[in-house]
Ligand binder design. Structure first.
Ligand SMILES: Cc1ncc(COP(=O)(O)O)c(CN[C@@H](CS)C(=O)O)c1O
Length: 410
């Protein structure tokens, strides 16, 4: 695969030229949110400048142009993730978190009860873990967790034991935002389906960074966020198999999601509009399409290879020192484009603060995976996460900043 022309890519991200304390920004917090390239910003500006209008309702030209752009954005997303059912299988949400909640409320609350089981993994993000934990409390369904082994991989033998005919839903993260672990989601979905359970895959750290084919995975639901894939905040995607979405009740009620309303009754709109109540995030849908075009122009397989190379380099550079503990699998196909770690004797927050003194932006904290950190036996971790505009030279900067922290706290 031809390596990325990172220099050319960086020109589309003026923010990367920013300096702090006289040092150029080194942005390594892409698992939290990625930066936004000019083509995405321009597409959204063009929308507001040239065809801003409300959708689905208007008779006038502007509304027709905005409606076409908004509706076709669903088609583009379906094409990007291999959803052959097209727009009917693509629901726009605010983010991945809302997508998880939509399924938990619209399916879980109506379908789950005492005796049912929800199977998660120990590495789930709070967007999944807290959501299903609370739905379990409200419905009487029991939540169980697939163990992870010492190097942060899923224990698939445990998965096979834990998922039974009492399992109604398996919800798992595709790529862990804390460990970097790439989970065997197709195998998990197969086990769920062997027991007639539904499968929800959280793809927030996968869709931006690698080719994803939802039908090859065969998930019943798959979710991700625009802001983690060079797109805008305020838009996420819930993919759902058409038959599964058809059988579900709406999640939010109001305009657009209806067909007929009387004082006594209401009937629902077709998919996906049944799940999109009120005025949607139109500019963000335009921005998401521009982000998909931008990423596909680079090539998702090239992006994956670039991030694998950076993760390997970071793992080797940071791991070379005995006082750095790195979480998750060794570099390779089982690790995505991020490295979570701790420097012995230095709290992750202090480390990130020293990084910040050198304009190096990493994440420190629990990364919305507190139970996982409890299992790791640490209150917090630091995390460097990579994207298309990062370089090995920036990882060298990170290593220098870590060494500064090491000296400071020696
Ligand atoms: C695996 C996974 N699943 C769900 C989410 C939520 O994405 P939202 O767009 O915020 O809804 C995230 C976002 N994780 C950010 C914020 S905690 C991180 O720094 O790791 C995620 O990584």
């Amino acid at each position: 695969l031809e390596a990325l022309d990172v220099g050319a890519i960086r020109e589309a991200f003026p923010i990367l030229q920013r300096e702090f304390n006289g040092e150029q920004l080194v942005y390594l917090d892409n698992a939290a949110t990625t930066q936004t390239p000019d083509p995405v910003i321009d597409a959204m500006s063009d929308y507001y400048r040239e065809y801003n209008a409300n959708v689905h309702r208007g008779i006038h030209h502007l509304s027709q142009e905005a409606s076409i752009a908004y509706e076709e954005a669903h088609d583009r997303v379906a094409e990007f993730i291999g959803a052959s059912g097209g727009r009917e299988e693509i629901v726009f949400t605010k983010n991945t978190t809302e997508a998880e909640n939509l399924v938990a409320y619209a399916w879980g609350l109506n379908e789950l009860g005492p005796g049912d089981e929800i199977v998660l993994t120990e590495m789930e993000h709070h967007a999944s873990l807290v959501t299903w934990q609370q739905i379990g409390k409200r419905t009487g369904a029991e939540v169980k967790y697939i163990r992870i082994d010492d190097d942060g991989r899923l224990d698939m033998d445990h998965a096979a034991d834990l998922i039974t005919d009492d399992t109604a839903m398996v919800s798992a993260v595709h790529v862990s935002n804390t460990l970097g672990t790439v989970n065997p989601v197709s195998d998990l979905v197969d086990i769920a389906h062997d027991h007639d359970a539904l499968a929800f895959i959280d793809g927030a750290q996968a869709v931006p960074n690698r080719p994803v084919d939802v039908e090859a995975i065969d998930a019943d639901f798959y979710a991700f966020s625009g802001h983690k894939m060079a797109g805008p905040t305020g838009i996420g995607v819930l993919y759902g198999k058409k038959a599964v979405l058809e059988a579900m009740q709406p999640y939010l009620y109001g305009g657009d999601m209806i067909t007929k309303v009387t004082y006594e009754e209401s009937t629902w709109n077709d998919l996906p509009w049944k799940f999109e109540a009120g005025t949607p995030q139109i500019a963000e849908a335009v921005g998401l399409v521009a982000a998909i075009d931008y990423l596909e122009d680079i090539g998702m397989d090239r992006i994956e290879a670039h991030e694998q190379e950076l993760a390997r380099y970071a793992y080797e550079q940071l791991g070379a020192e005995p006082d750095v503990e790195i979480y998750g699998p060794e570099p390779g196909p089982d690790r995505g484009g991020l490295v979570g770690f701790n420097l012995e004797g230095v709290h992750a927050h202090d480390l990130a603060s020293i990084m910040n003194d050198h304009a190096v932006a990493i994440r420190a904290g629990d990364h919305c995976t507190q139970p996982l950190h409890d299992k790791l036996g640490v209150a917090a971790s630091a995390r460097a996460s990579f994207y298309v505009y990062n370089t090995t030279a920036e990882i060298d900067e990170l290593a220098v900043a870590i060494d500064n922290a090491r000296q400071l706290f020696a």
